[in-house]
Write a protein that binds this ligand. Structure first.
Ligand code: FE2
Length: 276
């Protein structure tokens, strides 16, 4: 999500697909037009029956795989947020629950955001979420953001207190990052928020949204990917490829480790104030 200017690191989404095809226009970041509706101000869209059917299909398919594979905190979050296959959850309701649990809220956004808007919302403990769902032709994979990834993938982890703090600190640090720190933060986001694994407590489980919301990534992450111990330094030394299943993933010992190590690193880089 970096600007593709001068020598700034190129964003994962701006890296050209390896098959030489064009970047999907839905993956071009957009700048917000004013403050996005948040919490109770978000109306419930007029979803079609096909939309609701797609939610049911995706929800049931993932939930058939995730017990025993996703982390306890994630599965608890699905439950706490009251997600069921019967109806696409309302962002306003999810926001109210998150606010009660960890003081996060949900902001409705129109699609992939320009990084400045994205980081600003995170720094304010507002999770940017779309409210439209992929079509029936993209049930197995979509490169574009949609509510299934945003709601089902991301929101359960925001009920976990240490993860919730980590994600806000991430947003705050990202707003101040320049040069190589931006690339470091992009890799940290990728290997934790999107593709993170956790020791839980003896078994290795998934907490990353990009894995928990993807049929193929779930099995690949636990059975095929090389699993390395998480440290901030190990992650920022590791490049990644957005268009393929992930060959290398990182296993955090706990969410406390994640927030503690991230905070220390960000302070050491001048991205968070001392005592953050
Ligand atoms: Fe995501």
């Amino acid at each position: 999500m970096s600007d593709a200017t001068t020598d700034a690191p190129v964003s994962a989404y701006e890296k050209a697909p390896s098959d030489g095809s064009e970047v999907d226009p839905r993956c071009v970041p957009q700048v917000l037009d004013g403050d996005p509706p948040t919490g109770a101000d978000i109306a419930y869209p007029d979803y079609s029956q096909e939309d609701q059917d797609n939610w049911r299909f995706l929800f049931e398919r993932q939930m058939a795989m995730l017990p025993g594979r996703a982390g306890a905190a994630y599965l608890r979050g699905v439950d706490t947020l009251g997600m069921t296959p019967d109806r696409i959850p309302a962002l306003a309701d999810l926001s109210a629950t998150l606010e009660r649990e960890t003081d996060w809220r949900v902001a409705r956004i129109p699609g992939l955001l320009h990084e400045r808007d994205f980081f600003t919302l995170l720094s304010e403990r507002r999770f940017p979420s779309t409210d439209y769902i992929r079509g029936s032709d993209e049930l197995d994979y979509t490169p574009a953001p949609d509510l299934f990834h945003d709601i089902f993938g991301h929101m359960p982890m925001l009920t976990e207190p240490d993860f919730a703090d980590f994600y806000q600190l991430f947003g705050q640090a990202a707003l101040r990052a320049e040069g190589v720190d931006r690339q470091s933060l992009e890799r940290l986001h990728w290997f934790t928020v999107e593709f993170g694994l956790i020791r839980d407590p003896e078994e290795i489980r998934i907490f990353g949204a990009g894995v928990n919301s993807s049929k193929d990534e779930v099995l690949h992450a636990l059975e095929k990917a090389e699993q390395r111990p998480f440290s901030v330094q190990a992650v920022i030394d590791q490049d990644y490829e957005v268009w393929h299943l992930q060959p290398v993933l990182f296993v955090a010992e706990s969410f406390e480790q994640l927030v503690t190590e991230f905070r220390a690193w960000a302070v050491s880089r001048g991205l968070l104030p001392d005592g953050a």
